[in-house]
Design a protein around this ligand. Structure first.
Ligand code: FAD
Length: 492
């Protein structure tokens, strides 16, 4: 007469899917996994839900394995599933393949799991969390409540808020798109429209590439504070770089610049040095003081991001071509005002370092500033709820949540939760380097182990308080994801 333990995972993008996968693989006791994902499809999240063929991964396939110890897992999967396409470890493949890959991993883990380890996709948005004794009650958008012994927040990338401006009334206009991903381009852009993209990072470039392939004829403007676009990838050999972390920010960057010069003399590229830094970035970040972290964000972040988050060379070629033909113009500066009229919107822009302004006339403005950075701007009901109730607190930089080393949330009073955990982008302020697959895959495996270990510290199987449910007759709802959403994969 036992009731299985329940782990609820809120968010079924890469992070949530991989925590679920590892739980299915590792659980050695009866377990219910509730994967609460508001999208219809598990495994895609924001990054891998695009069906657009030329929306490619920013990382070569050979570096995108979902399993840290099996570096060729993704490329092997690709070559088996799409043998006709001749993908190699250096291919930048369409992102939708990656969503399909994650679905197949979860499917396989589900098939191989113990019979009493079950998973259910709950297709709703979770809006509230309430710790009750040693459990947590999750309320979903439809009013459904789920009680879980452990909860993982795998909420990922949050939609950005509107860029600050003196008169924000234009943000109500149909000519303004608050979030680049919220609708397809066809719904908002005509082929000859002039378009302004706010931001010049990966999101903006995704849109430019999309417009290019759709045969867009109109002018495209991109504007960002520094006018930097991500650098292109190049195949680079691994560089042996030993970094001393016990330095302040100035010392660190001096050291990195010297190392780049040294590497270049030896025939390496700066990219090799950046790549060598990657495994140490979280430790470097943790070693900086709060003041130094703030200085980094204010002065260096844009430069760091455009060297660290690189693009496929094919994407870079398109951007160069469009800039050369002057269909695409890039501004470094800020938007001062919008003036809408019958045939468009006149945008007043002040170039960086200038006192003068000038205007651009466009038909549509799209916010491409990436995911929301500041916790104070969060509009998400669930996050607002856990911060307002003190169940969690923002990190000191307000880039995410305050999180302990084992992934558990830290409450307003500073207590480490024994029931609530997170991973991925919500740890940005604590770890800095925590949004991409290379980091999240390790976090997912570690967190699944932490969760299961935390149960065995208690009882593996918790007796029912009132013995009403017989394990034999305890039925678990199947995953409700429709079969059609799993390309070539049977439904759960
Ligand atoms: C466009 C884009 C391209 C990228 N390309 C790469 C790449 O090539 N390589 C790489 O390593 N990284 C890439 N990244 C980084 C990317 O963030 C990670 O690879 C990964 O997708 C992060 O996964 P996640 O699960 O943490 O977040 P997400 O993918 O954002 O998933 C979070 C999920 O949680 C769900 N959710 C949120 N709140 C709730 C709620 N309250 N209730 C229910 N469901 C909820 C969302 O619907 C979403 O599906 C890219 C990111 C973006 C945005």
């Amino acid at each position: 007469m036992v009731k299985p333990l329940t782990i609820a995972i809120i968010g079924g993008g890469f992070s949530g899917t991989m925590v679920a996968t590892h739980l299915l693989r590792l659980a050695n006791c009866p377990l219910q996994i509730k994967l609460i994902e508001k999208r219809a499809n598990i495994g895609q999240g924001l990054a891998y839900s695009t069906a657009v063929e030329h929306h490619v991964l920013n990382v070569p396939a050979g570096k995108m394995s979902a399993f840290p110890q099996e570096s060729e897992h993704f490329i092997n999967w690709l070559q088996n599933r799409y043998s006709e396409k001749a993908f190699t470890a250096n291919s930048f493949v369409s992102r939708h393949y990656y969503g399909e890959y994650l679905q197949s991993i979860l499917q396989e883990a589900h098939e191989k799991a113990r019979k009493d380890v079950q998973i259910e996709h709950i297709h709703y948005e979770a809006t509230e969390l309430q710790p009750v004794d040693d459990q947590v009650v999750i309320t979903c958008g439809n009013g459904r409540q789920i009680t879980a012994d452990r909860v993982v927040l795998a909420l990922g990338n949050l939609p950005p808020s509107n860029p600050p401006i003196a008169d924000p009334s234009f943000y109500q206009s149909r000519r303004y798109q608050r979030w680049a991903w919220s609708t397809s381009l066809e719904n908002i852009v005509q082929p000859d429209d002039a378009i302004l993209l706010i931001g010049s990072g990966l999101t903006a470039l995704d849109l430019v590439v999309n417009l290019h392939y759709k045969g867009h004829q109109g002018k495209i403007y991109m504007i960002s504070k520094r006018g930097l676009v991500p650098q292109a990838h190049q195949q680079t050999p691994a560089y042996p770089f030993c970094l001393k972390t016990e330095q302040n920010l100035n010392g660190l960057f001096k050291h990195i610049r010297q190392e780049v010069k040294k590497a270049e003399k030896l025939g390496y590229d700066w990219r090799s040095v950046m790549d060598a830094l990657r495994p140490h970035t979280q430790d470097i970040w943790k070693s900086l003081t709060l003041v130094e972290k703030r200085r980094f964000i204010r002065h260096l972040r844009a430069y760091w991001d455009n060297h660290r988050h690189r693009i496929a060379s094919g994407v870079s070629d398109i951007i160069t071509k469009l800039r050369t033909s002057q269909q695409l113009s890039l501004y470094a500066g800020e938007i001062i005002a919008y003036q809408e009229d019958m045939d468009g919107v006149t945008v007043t822009v002040r170039p960086r370092g200038s006192e003068h302004t000038h205007t651009i006339k466009v038909q549509t403005v799209i916010n491409c500033t990436g995911s929301e950075r500041l916790t104070s701007q969060w509009q998400y009901p669930l996050l607002k709820n856990i911060i307002s109730t003190g169940v969690a607190q923002p990190d000191a930089l307000e880039l995410g949540l305050e999180v302990a080393d084992n992934g558990s949330l830290v409450s307003r009073t500073g207590a480490k939760s024994t029931t609530l955990y997170t991973l991925g982008p919500l740890q940005k302020g604590c770890l800095w380097e925590t949004t991409a697959v290379q980091e999240s895959r390790q976090q997912a495996e570690k967190l699944a182990t932490t969760l299961l270990d935390s149960f065995s510290l208690r009882n593996t199987i918790r007796p029912l308080k009132s013995s009403t449910i017989n394990i034999e007759s305890y039925t678990v709802q199947p995953m409700i994801t429709p079969a059609a959403n799993f390309v070539g994969v049977a439904p759960y």
